[in-house]
Design a protein around this ligand. Structure first.
Ligand code: PGA
Length: 252
């Protein structure tokens, strides 16, 4: 069965010392959690600090983005070579990267392949906007972003990829998808993965993201094709994030 995975995307929040304090609170609060994979994704400048805070625990570390090239004249960017050995996971293709920084599927695909080449596990984010949703284009958008994002990826590599289904209209709005809709979309994504990668798809993790809270997590995470959550706002409060992780039930 799939190990459930809950990741906290801290986005552009927390100073280095605040990040350290939050990580320590999470270490304490999540000490008893063994069966769920928990990933903290602080800003780049806090990665080493958070890494030391979670050393010798079950918590894992993730970055929020990276460039696709190993090195070079890309002022302000961070490369997969720099992240290899530092983090386990890297969030790629987040809708905020697509929307505010003009990242397209081709660039995101290069990042996914670079991450895999360097032994990093990509969390590939896909999701439709409100307008696309209202026009009935959700499945077409998910299919396009999924297949373009995973172009050139082998089935063996795909097993190391996590997909995050994040409807853009649900991110930071307090308006999460219903559990039934989250299940429906994640099942659709799994069917697409299955057509592309065969039986590997059954082992791939698909997260839901978008206004997940301690109050709605249990119902969403109980859905058969939802294998965890990518959490933004609620990951900044230790108590709330701990409540989300604790609401994961084994699906064995
Ligand atoms: P949110 O963000 O939980 O604040 O809606 C989710 C995300 O952007 O990953």
């Amino acid at each position: 069965m799939r190990t459930q995975i809950v990741a906290g995307n801290w986005k552009m929040n927390k100073t280095v010392s605040e990040a350290y304090d939050l990580a320590i609170e999470l270490v304490t609060g999540l000490r008893a959690v063994r069966e769920t994979e928990v990933v903290l994704c602080p800003p780049f400048v806090s990665l080493t600090t958070v890494k030391s805070a979670i050393a010798n625990t079950m918590l894992k570390l993730g970055a929020q983005n990276m460039h696709d090239q190993d090195k070079g004249a890309f002022t302000g960017e961070v490369s997969p070579l720099m992240l290899a050995g530092l983090v386990d996971y890297v969030i790629l293709g987040h809708s905020e990267r697509r929307q505010h920084f003009g990242e397209d599927d081709a660039f995101i695909n290069r990042k996914v392949r670079a991450a895999l080449r360097h032994g990093l596990r990509p969390i590939l984010c896909i999701g439709e906007t409100l307008a696309q949703n209202e026009r009935g284009e959700t499945e077409a958008v998910l299919s396009t972003q999924l297949h373009a994002g995973l172009a050139g990826v082998t089935p063996d590599e795909a097993a190391r990829v996590v997909i995050a289904y994040e409807p853009v209209w649900a991110i930071g709005t307090g308006r999460a998808a219903t559990a039934a809709d989250a299940q429906d979309r994640c099942a659709y994504i799994r069917a697409q993965l299955s057509a592309r990668f065969g039986e590997v798809a059954a082992a791939m993790r698909i997260q839901y993201g978008g206004s997940v809270t301690g109050a709605n997590a249990a119902e969403i995470l109980a859905q058969p094709d939802v294998d965890g959550a990518l959490v933004g706002g609620a990951s900044l409060k230790a108590e709330e994030f701990i409540a989300i992780v604790r609401s994961v039930k084994s699906k064995l």
